[in-house]
Design a protein around this ligand. Structure first.
Ligand code: ATP
Length: 211
């Protein structure tokens, strides 16, 4: 199955299903969940759940539902979070620092949290060589080397909008295939790179409409 062929909305729902399963007590080996209950918790219909999961395999039993533990393991594998994923951040300003601290705290509190902060990057010489908690801040020129050294697979971009394309190009040059951009600007990436945008100011504008 070619992952690129799976619609993004399905992948988004898969992440929601996995979060629901992670929140359930899975110590009971015989715990099952029906597509109806999983759909209710995810805010979608039972048929949607069955259709989404069927894209990846046969996980359920007719009339019984899905074994929670088994489905959780399968979804972790499908979503690539059955092993730790090393994450980097370019731009160690207010937002980059907050995200680094947030992720460090999440992994300290929850051993199952798959995202491991590995390294930070900034082009301000006053910041390089310093640390955010245990994390060293490297210069932007070191992105290519450090991405390889720390096996960073996912990059978060928290530089100003004017620097975001440069930071993105550098990440791609380093071999990064997945980027989460927080800068309020549209970025250009080649088709083999997956880019998601977390644009807080755009979302606030979106919400303001409903006031
Ligand atoms: P500060 O005032 O401490 O720099 P800030 O959150 O106001 O924080 P921004 O202007 O949003 O800073 O920039 C975020 C960070 O991105 C800063 O630390 C800045 O040095 C860094 N930065 C800017 N351009 C680049 C770049 N091309 N490569 C790497 N880091 C960059």
């Amino acid at each position: 199955m070619r992952k690129r062929k799976i619609p993004q909305v399905v992948v988004e729902r898969m992440a929601v299903y996995l979060r629901i399963l992670n929140e359930m007590d899975t110590d009971e080996p015989d715990r099952y969940i029906s597509s109806q209950d999983l759909g209710d918790l995810a805010g979608v219909g039972a048929a949607q759940v069955r259709k989404d999961l069927a894209l990846f395999g046969e996980f359920g039993k007719q009339g019984v539902g899905y074994q929670v533990r088994l489905l959780q393991d399968e979804l972790k594998r499908i979503m690539n979070v059955d092993r730790p994923i090393n994450v980097g951040i370019i731009g160690v300003g207010e937002l980059g620092t907050a995200l680094a601290r947030y992720n460090l705290r999440r992994s300290a509190d929850d051993k199952a949290y798959p995202f491991r902060m590995a390294a930070l990057f900034d082009n301000n010489p006053a910041k390089t060589g310093r640390r955010v908690e245990s994390l060293e801040i490297f210069s932007a020129e070191e992105v290519v080397d450090k991405v390889k050294e720390y096996r960073i697979k996912l990059m978060m971009i928290t530089v100003p909008a004017s620097a975001a394309q440069t930071a993105t190009d550098l990440s791609i040059k380093a071999g990064i295939k997945a980027i989460l951009n927080f800068a309020p600007v549209k970025l250009i990436v080649p088709p083999q790179v997956k880019l998601l945008q977390s644009d807080v100011s755009l979302q606030l504008h979106h919400l303001a409409f409903y006031l």
